[in-house]
Write a protein that binds this ligand. Structure first.
Ligand SMILES: [Zn+2]
Length: 447
């Protein structure tokens, strides 16, 4: 058995691994994502440069763009084999693809529809927790990875009986809508992500209380709270938490400050993902399932407003500025590199009553990171804006396992993985994690 990497080996984006066996006559792919940020420059175009001979299937760990975004290019290169993924991923994938194609390829609805039909013909959703026989006499089993709805750990049993486990991206166990990942029993080779291999997340004992105190503070001064969030995953987790906060306040007396504020989701894409999340309640965490016994719509509440087209967006901006009513806005992109959140920043950054709440990782060089570092000025679309707003970081929402979670994931195998290959990490996190694992007696491949 041999493992090749066509991405996310020396970095965190462009995930694409090829597992081959039988002297290279057969192989399968795991993920086919795009390169992002600085890594996109290094890799040239997103075109598929490796031969597809012998590749019999594609396993998709989850629908983040750095794991599935090169799918159009893979199909353009002639790939016509089955794509295996979890049922929620199969449901979320078309919307992710539609958005990616509209941004990167074409706005032609006809071409988008044709591509989505072609993808649909290849996608084979498989249930979690049971073995399935696929092409090449291979068996696979899927386990939830707790990273985003539908995310999957793949166990792959090759014809000679050897077991390869692909962790995909592992959750941190802090998403209220998802169960934390659980380890498979065994692996001859474990292919493990290492994004935060050198870091420990601050432990937030009570995410809801932290969110509530930020909301209370900002609402007391009648300002605008801007929460930059990606449309898939984080937005739904925030809605779920806010629902809990509002429900509790209502039951405690109703006339609270928080109850008189509108929560705006200013992203048609986030609203569409939220509707899909609602349809997939069977795959939510036990905590969320339990809540649904008393509230059958945990992502919807009375004061939630969904903003539609661009005119509505402009009207909303003007309305908030004019009326000076407190408002909470959730809009993308999560790192403020584009999208409607930028318009809110331009309008409200200079107001000391404004609060900006980050709940996710801010990559280097992004406006989000500049704000997070406490800058007094921010450049947006070539123009400088003065920052008078308060900037907060909400911990407890990380989508990725930290060093302790990763080590625990390895430790929890019933019999220790015989070999570990670290992927999906920059050099330093990989090196630190490799050292920790080696000290514990695990065998980690060189990189
Ligand atoms: Zn991911």
């Amino acid at each position: 058995m041999k493992l090749f990497h066509h991405g996310a080996h020396q970095g965190v984006t462009g995930s694409c691994h090829q597992l081959s066996w039988d002297d290279g006559r057969h192989s399968l792919l795991v993920d086919c994502g795009i390169f992002q940020g600085d890594e996109a420059q290094k890799h040239g175009g997103p075109e598929i440069e490796f031969p597809l001979d012998g590749i019999q299937s594609l396993l998709l760990t989850h629908v983040h763009i750095d794991h599935c975004g090169r799918l159009p290019h893979l199909m353009a290169a002639g790939f016509e084999q089955p794509i295996y993924c979890s049922p929620p991923s199969a449901k979320l994938l078309p919307l992710v693809m539609e958005d990616a194609i509209r941004i990167g390829f074409t706005r032609s609805e006809r071409l988008i529809d044709r591509f989505l039909e072609a993808v649909d013909a290849l996608v084979r959703p498989l249930d979690y927790h049971q073995w399935h026989r696929i092409e090449g006499d291979v068996e696979i089993r899927l386990r939830p990875a707790g990273h985003v709805l539908g995310s999957t750990i793949f166990e792959v049993r090759l014809p000679d009986g050897s077991l390869v486990v692909f962790s995909g991206d592992l959750g941190a166990g802090t998403n209220p809508l998802l169960n934390p990942p659980t380890s498979p029993p065994a692996a001859d080779l474990l292919v493990l992500e290492s994004t935060y291999g050198d870091r420990l997340h601050p432990r937030s004992d009570d995410r809801q209380a932290a969110l509530e105190s930020i909301l209370r503070k900002t609402l007391q001064d009648h300002g605008v709270t801007i929460i930059p969030a990606f449309s898939l995953g984080r937005t739904q987790a925030l809605l779920y938490e806010m629902n809990g906060i509002f429900e509790r306040l209502q039951s405690e007396g109703g006339q609270s400050l928080l109850h008189r504020v509108d929560v705006l989701i200013d992203s048609p894409l986030a609203s569409r993902f939220t509707a899909l999340y609602d349809d997939l309640q069977d795959y939510w965490s036990e905590e969320a399932q339990h809540l649904m016994k008393t509230d059958d719509q945990p992502l919807v509440f009375e004061n939630l407003v969904k903003i539609g087209d661009h005119n509505e967006h402009q009207d909303t901006l003007n309305y908030i500025a004019r009326t000076e009513l407190p408002a909470i806005v959730i809009a993308g992109s999560g790192m403020c590199t584009g999208g409607r959140v930028v318009n809110y920043l331009k309008r409200f950054l200079d107001d000391p009553r404004t609060d900006i709440v980050f709940c996710g990782y801010q990559a280097s060089g992004t406006p989000g990171q500049v704000l997070q570092r406490g800058a007094h000025w921010l450049r947006l679309d070539g123009k400088k804006y003065h920052v008078a707003a308060d900037v907060h970081q909400l911990s407890g929402y990380s989508a990725h396992a930290d060093q302790a979670d990763l080590i625990e994931f390895v430790d929890q195998f019933e019999s220790a993985p015989k070999r570990i290959r670290l992927v999906h990490g920059d050099y330093q996190p990989k090196r630190t994690l490799a050292k920790k694992l080696t000290e514990k007696g695990y065998q980690v491949d060189d990189f």
